[in-house]
Design a protein around this ligand. Structure first.
Ligand code: DX5
Ligand code: ZN
Length: 222
């Protein structure tokens, strides 16, 4: 379990950008480079136009280390599939508000299963869509690209939603993390940090950097 609070800067390298043929070494490299969490992107080919990996990969990664596993489900029926990710060793499970499920009950069920729960929303989705659930979540995942693929450009236009989410968190006395995901690198992270984000998912800019430690440090210090 994570001892981190929303006042901590957390860097979560996204394994989607790792070399899948050497996944155990890649995860160790991310941890040695200072990654605080590992971000694991699960895609079903329906909710997004890509297929990544499922619970077997999460379990394999869990078996190699004890870092906090931040699982991002980009799938249509998170209510049906999330228990398999709990079983696989997830510490945090985030589901999309746009997916086909009863959001409040899925979040509660994840919590009841002993996991932290997160709610994700796409760049085009207004903050109002997630607002009713803010009292229920450990993390709010603000997509800063249209989900589906790594290596896309950061969307600055999402920052007003991050600012407003941070304001609602203070107003409501909530403690949830605000995570940004997509196009995060040492240049874009400062914008997200200024808006109020504290968890920085970074795939291409960490795993594909010439010096992964330097990249992780630069993002954390942004
Ligand atoms: C995008 C995924 C991201 C992705 C980010 O659909 O949710 O987590 O791995 O990749 P980069 O950091 O390369 O934009
Ligand atoms: Zn993600």
């Amino acid at each position: 379990m994570s001892a981190f609070s929303h006042q901590d800067r957390i860097v979560a390298p996204s394994v989607l950008a790792a070399d899948f043929g050497r996944i155990a070494e890649e995860c160790s490299r991310a941890i040695k480079s200072g990654g605080d969490w590992l971000h694991l992107d699960v895609m079903d080919g329906h909710f997004v136009d890509n297929i990544s990996f499922g619970p077997a990969m999460v379990a394999a990664i869990h078996a190699t280390n004890d870092i906090f596993l931040d699982v991002h489900l980009m799938i249509d029926r998170p209510d049906h599939y999330f228990p398999r990710f709990v079983e696989a060793g997830a510490d945090m499970i985030s589901v999309h508000v746009e997916a086909d499920h009863e959001v409040a009950s899925t979040l509660q069920a994840i919590r009841d299963a002993g996991c932290q729960c997160g709610l994700a929303f796409n760049p085009a989705t207004p903050l109002e869509a997630v607002e009713p659930f803010l009292g229920q979540v450990d993390l709010l995942l603000c997509m800063t690209v249209v989900p589906g693929f790594g290596g896309q450009a950061f969307m600055t236009e999402v920052m007003p939603k991050v600012e407003e989410a941070a304001r609602l968190r203070t107003a409501g006395g909530y403690q949830f993390h605000i995570e940004v995901d997509g196009g995060i690198d040492p240049q874009t992270a400062p914008h997200a940090a200024a808006a109020g984000a504290n968890v920085f998912v970074a795939g291409s800019s960490t795993f594909k950097a010439p010096d992964m430690s330097a990249a992780v440090t630069a993002i954390r210090q942004a």
